[in-house]
Every structure is written in structure tokens, then in C-alpha cells.
Design a protein around this ligand. Structure first.
Ligand SMILES: NC(=O)c1ccc[n+]([C@@H]2O[C@H](COP(=O)([O-])OP(=O)(O)OC[C@H]3O[C@@H](n4cnc5c(N)ncnc54)[C@H](OP(=O)(O)O)[C@@H]3O)[C@@H](O)[C@H]2O)c1
Length: 297
């Protein structure tokens, strides 16, 4: 009955393990299982005999990917291809995470799942290639495209802002990129709920879906919300000023879609997923940091 989680050391992977509750989750970090190693993946599936694999492993360094395309494609295209092949051989489904970076990011309307992919950078190209590999090899898949993931663990926008707030009075943040910040905790909860329904025998409508936090806002407005919430909890001695800049003014910002809004109606209707409030999740995250301190890594 095991659910195998790959990439268990990442920000979403950590939450999947942490929130598993009574579900029989086995989390394997990169050190325990490299998803681009076909022999190791086959051995892990033989050892744990899972009923389902959730892939939270990925190469997520958007800027660095431009200089390391081979590493990005190895983790984001070849790894998912190997997992899909192994899941097909074992007759089990694969849940996989993808990103708003598969879209070029123009316009103002939320992206639907059937919009043509048009990535800008290496990271987006490698993630789009991974999605395609899964679709061709395994019909029993759920691909959730998510955006702007934040949480207690790992590298993310909120943790970076909190660290910067201790050093700087003024922080430049891009104001012309819009999206829905997705709490890693809620994302993990949604994946685990779907996994539980699969284990209980419910047929899931396989395919590609969008899932992200609500409501949409600009990156700079999100930064303001982070500082406001942190100040309200007495976590910052002084509230930094957000200096709103344009994508063109920040090297590397052009690799991120200006329009990262995802249309999540299909996930709400077909998968019966409730969309998280990023504001509530941000508050919970800050409360936890205040109570226990920030996690390393
Ligand atoms: N973070 C975001 O804002 C965001 C936005 C949209 C979509 N997503 C997607 O959401 C998913 C989870 O992202 P995340 O934020 O949790 O990323 P993360 O914190 O970077 O975690 C990814 C984990 O995968 C591991 N990994 C890398 N290559 C691997 C390999 N070949 N085999 C096994 N593990 C490997 C990484 O280990 P190392 O650290 O040692 O490399 C890391 O622990 C990814 O599919 C990502 O593309 C993320």
C-alpha cells in the first residue's frame, strides 16, 4: 500500500512526508534515489512495491539552468521519463509536478491546461519535455502545474525576503509579474488527498491540471504582504520598503513568466480540489517560524 515520494528533501517533498499522517508514505531524498538512474528507480520500486509514486524531485534553479542545461534536462525530462516507464511496467500511477514556466507568460488571462506550451528558458523547456515524456509513456498520470511555491523548507521567495529584511532597508521587487503563490503545505495536502482517494479505489480523471494559491497578485504586492504579516507578528524590527521595479531592470527576471496566472477550474471541478489562500498559509508559515525558528536548507 506504500506511496513512494521522490525528491523528499525538497520543499514540497518535505511537506509530503511531514503531512502524510496515517498514509503509508516512504520519502526518498536525492541521496537515497536519483530519479535519473533507471537501475536505481527499478530497484526502489521492486523494494517498496508502491501503489503510487509522487514525484517531487526536480532541478528548480531557474537562472543556473541556463548554464547547466544538461543537468536540468537530466532531472526534469529524463528522470520523469524513467519514473513513467517504471510506473507503467509496475502498473501504477505517477503524480508529477510541473510549472507555470512552460508558458511564455504574455497576456493577462489565466492559462488553461490546453494552452500551447511556449517556454522561455531552459528550466521551462526541461519541465515541458518531462511532461511530454510522461504523457507518451503512462496514461495513469496526474500532472499538476503549480506556481510560486513557498513554504518552511528549502529556497523560496518568502524565505529569501525574510532573510533580506534583516539586512536591507529597501528591497527591489518586480512589480510586473503576476501569479498565485502556492503554499507547499496545501499542495502536499492536495496530493496526499488524491493519493488517499486512489488507494481507496476511486478512479481519478488522469491528465494535466493547474493548481495554485488565490488570489492572484504581483510579486511586489506579495512582498508587501510578507512584510506586513511578519511585522504584525513582531518578527521584523523594521518594515523594509519594497521598491517596485520592472522585469527589464532585474537580470534573470525575464526568465520568469510575466503572466504566471493559472486557470485552476479543472482541478476544482474534475479533481474536487479546493484552492488554497496564500494569505492564510503565509500566516501559518510565519507563526511556525516564530514559534520554532526557520528550518535549515
Ligand atoms: N519552487 C517553485 O516556485 C515551483 C514553482 C512551480 C513548480 N514547481 C515544481 O514543483 C516541484 C517541487 O519543487 P520544489 O519547490 O519542492 O523544489 P526543490 O525544493 O528544489 O526540491 C526538489 C528536490 O529534488 C531534488 N532533486 C534534484 N534532482 C534530483 C534527481 N535527479 N533525483 C532525485 N531528486 C532530485 C533536489 O535535490 P538537490 O537540492 O540536492 O538538488 C531537491 O531536494 C518541482 O517539480 C518544481 O518544478 C516549483
Amino acid at each position: 500500500m506504500t506511496i513512494l515520494v521522490t525528491g523528499a528533501g525538497g520543499q514540497v517533498g518535505c511537506e509530503l512526508v511531514r503531512r502524510a499522517g496515517p498514509l503509508p508514505v516512504v520519502g526518498l531524498s536525492r541521496a537515497a534515489l536519483d530519479i535519473s538512474d533507471a537501475v536505481a528507480v527499478s530497484a526502489a520500486l521492486a523494494l517498496h512495491a508502491p501503489r503510487l509514486v509522487i514525484n517531487a524531485a526536480a532541478y528548480t534553479r531557474v537562472d543556473q539552468a541556463e548554464r547547466e542545461p544538461d543537468a536540468a534536462f537530466l532531472a526534469n525530462r529524463d528522470g520523469p521519463a524513467i519514473l513513467a516507464w517504471a510506473c507503467a511496467a509496475a502498473g501504477i500511477p505517477l503524480f508529477h509536478l510541473s510549472t507555470e514556466h512552460v508558458f511564455v507568460g504574455q497576456g493577462g488571462l489565466p492559462w488553461r491546461e490546453d494552452a500551447p506550451v511556449s517556454p522561455v528558458g531552459v528550466y521551462g523547456h526541461s519541465k515541458a519535455a518531462g511532461e511530454a515524456m510522461i504523457r507518451t509513456q503512462l496514461s495513469a498520470h496526474l500532472i499538476l502545474r503549480v506556481s510560486w511555491v513557498f513554504g518552511l523548507h528549502g529556497r523560496n521567495f518568502v524565505r529569501s525576503l525574510l532573510a533580506l529584511a534583516c539586512e536591507k532597508h529597501t528591497i527591489p521587487v518586480v512589480g510586473d509579474q503576476f501569479g498565485g503563490p502556492t503554499p507547499a503545505a496545501d499542495l502536499a495536502g492536495a496530493l496526499l488527498a488524491l493519493a488517499a482517494r486512489h488507494l481507496a479505489g476511486e478512479p481519478l480523471p488522469w491528465g494535466t491540471y493547474h493548481y495554485c494559491g488565490q488570489p492572484f497578485l504581483s510579486r511586489s504586492a506579495f512582498a508587501e504582504a510578507v512584510f506586513e504579516s511578519a511585522c504584525a507578528r513582531g518578527m521584523l524590527l523594521q518594515r523594509p520598503q519594497v521598491r517596485v521595479i520592472a522585469t527589464a531592470d532585474w537580470p534573470g527576471a525575464e526568465l520568469r513568466p510575466a503572466n504566471a496566472r493559472l486557470d485552476c477550474r479543472a482541478a476544482q471541478q474534475a479533481l474536487r480540489l479546493a484552492l488554497p489562500s496564500w494569505h492564510d498559509a503565509l500566516g501559518d508559515m510565519l507563526d511556525e517560524i516564530k514559534a520554532h525558528g526557520a528550518r535549515a536548507g
